[in-house]
Design a protein around this ligand. Sequence first.
Ligand code: PAF
Length: 287
Amino acid sequence: MTASAPHGPVVARTPGELRSALAGAGRVGLVPTMGALHGGHRSLVRLAREHADTVVVSVFVNPLQFGPDEDYGRYPRDLDADVRVLAEEKADVVFAPATETMYPAPQMVTVDAGTMGERLEGASRPGHFTGVLTVVAKLFHLVRPDLAVFGEKDAQQIALVRRMVADLDLPVEIVGAPLQRDADGLASSSRNGYLSEAERTSALSLPRALQAGREAAPGGADAVRAAARKVLDEAADATPPVQLDYLALVDPATFEEAPADHTGTAVLAVAARVGTTRLIDNTSVPL
Ligand code: PAF
């Protein structure tokens, strides 16, 4: 175990170092991340702090959740910068294992994300949620947290983690942290750094589409979908264009498409590519 900065968090690289760092830790809160920490992550750490005596942040770019043509290779990695952010946020422990530590052999047994894991993000990124749930289950076993904080930006991810915890009787409380937006309205994401200025301007059609959908809520589910789609259709002709992957209004617990007469809360979710960057965003819509 190495203390990386005066008064900074302890950086643990192995399960053994993690166990020593957590001796007598009291109530432990885990914030799982892939690093490249931004304002959204800071809010997760702060929320964890409200619920826990000791806050552990894992920093691990999980190869299992990336498809062969995705950005695993170019995903931003700067542990020193992440530790500086976590020192500012007064996290107690950073767990940053090497890939060989997490996966000493090819992973044979995985956590199947079921049919919910095949919809939306799962349809566009086959195997993604199996990779996510498998690493989250491993992190839960290694850290043994009392609670874990996940961002609601990844709405389908947190719904699946909640379902895994329920279905597998895992003794971890799941806390959702509200989606954070940058000053211009774009959902905060580690991938925003890939965008050129012009791409970022086009990408702002995503939050605009969600806002249009919310405003159409009194007209019902189909009106929400139509209003959001209109904004994205226009964005498809912008320069650079926004290439829509999916736009869906879904039941928040199952991620099944909400029927036209849906009442209660629904999630309006969008994924699109701008240049080579794939972005997701969502909002909840009261119907
Ligand atoms: O949301 C993320 O950053 C990742 O999917 C997670 C939960 C850290 C698992 O690798």
